[in-house]
Every structure is written in structure tokens, then in C-alpha cells.
Unconditional design. Structure first.
Length: 221
């Protein structure tokens, strides 16, 4: 499975089996999370076999079950912290999909006080990602029309359309898809709309856009 296939096949999963993440899968995932942390400056953490964070009313309200593993997305407080958590969190999510694991972004429906994590001075928790072997593979979400999330003059190039289609596959809070991609020559601007966790959603969408469009075809503004 390559990244484009992972992007198309990955869907949110809220119910998990008891199968542990171990062996080569665990090793590869830990190494990738470490690599993302070093590259981004974030403090990403993999927590395994810890059921307490998802053993409360909010988790059950959110229809989560069997969650014993999760990825903590945290980092030093900064203007771009949420966008970076979205970008590198989704990078990790798609890598996990390639390993045969399932995931779900989680903002509110877990017990933050019970979650196991290490936060350094000046660091902030953004959210977590449930991870494991799903009871199902999840289902696709509905997407907006291309035209509602892009701002271009004339007919856009094929690579831009592919980028938009990839961005529309990105998971967003409450499936809001509140982002807009603009094109001028080969320079792309991406802006978040107003809404819950819209900056995190923008980071996720930008990573998807890169995968669909190809970094060799454009530059970010």
C-alpha cells in the first residue's frame, strides 16, 4: 500500500479489537513518530495498553469502544502549533494505515485527565488519535463540491484538481471541511475558515493536498 492508497482507504474507526500493537508494527510506528517529532519540533507520543482515557461517559457518548492505544499530539505553545499537529498527526495516521492499523482523531470525547502523557515546560496538548486494529474499516465521509473549497481564475491545472480532491478526503472536525485553497501561477495559499479545530483541520488538509498535487508542482505561500 502506498500513501495515496492509504489516503483513499483510511476512514475513522471508533471500535477496536483486543489485538495489541506489537512486534515490527510497534517498532515501525514508534520510529516514525520519533522521526515526525524530530522533524516538526512537536512532542508526539504513542501510549499503548492504556484504557482509562477512553473509559468514561464522553468516550461512550462518542461511541468509542475498546480503545487502549492512542497517539498524543502536543508541543510548545505557538501560533502554528495546531496546524503542525494536524499535518504531522495525519502523516502518522496514513503511515499507520499502511501498517494495517486503524485510527480516529479525537478532540473532546476522552478523559484528558486520565490520559497518560508527558508534557514539558511550555507544552500544550492539542488532541489525541485513537489507534489499533478496528472492528471495522470505517466508512467514507461526505465531501463538499470542489468549487466550494478552491479559489482560482480560469481553468486550474490537473495537479491542483488532484490536490483539491485529496484535501476533500481529509478528516475534519464534524466533517466541516472549512478550508480554501487558492492558486496564483504555481503558488498555493491555504486558509482555515472559522470553526472548531479549523487550524488542525487545515494542517491535515494541507498534507493531503501535497500528496494529491505533488510537491514538485507548486510552492506554498
Amino acid at each position: 500500500m502506498d500513501l495515496l492508497q492509504a489516503m483513499n482507504e483510511r476512514h475513522s474507526v471508533r471500535s477496536y479489537t483486543k489485538q495489541p500493537i506489537e512486534g515490527k508494527t510497534k517498532e515501525n510506528l514508534l520510529n516514525f513518530i520519533k522521526q515526525c517529532s524530530e522533524e516538526s519540533g512537536l512532542h508526539l507520543q504513542l501510549v499503548l495498553d492504556e484504557p482509562n482515557a477512553f473509559d468514561g461517559f464522553m468516550a461512550h457518548y462518542g461511541k468509542f469502544s475498546g480503545v487502549r492505544n492512542y497517539i498524543v499530539l502536543a508541543g510548545k505553545r505557538s501560533a502554528d502549533l495546531e496546524e503542525k499537529c494536524g499535518y504531522y498527526g495525519e502523516k502518522t495516521v496514513l503511515f499507520a494505515q499502511m501498517l494495517g492499523l486503524n485510527t480516529c482523531w479525537v478532540a473532546l470525547t476522552y478523559r484528558k485527565g486520565k490520559a497518560e502523557m508527558q508534557l514539558g515546560k511550555g507544552e500544550k496538548l492539542c488532541l489525541v488519535i485513537a489507534i489499533g486494529y478496528g472492528m471495522t474499516k470505517g466508512v467514507p465521509h461526505k465531501s463538499k463540491a470542489r468549487e466550494s473549497v478552491m479559489n482560482v481564475q480560469g481553468t486550474p491545472p490537473d495537479w491542483f484538481i488532484k490536490g483539491i480532491d485529496a484535501a476533500l478526503l481529509a478528516p475534519t472536525a464534524m466533517n466541516q471541511q472549512k478550508f480554501v485553497f487558492s492558486l496564483h501561477d504555481n503558488v498555493v495559499t491555504a486558509k482555515a475558515g472559522i470553526g472548531f479545530y479549523s487550524k488542525i483541520d487545515l494542517g491535515i488538509a494541507k498534507y493531503h493536498f501535497e500528496l494529491g498535487a505533488g510537491n514538485e508542482n507548486f510552492k506554498w505561500e
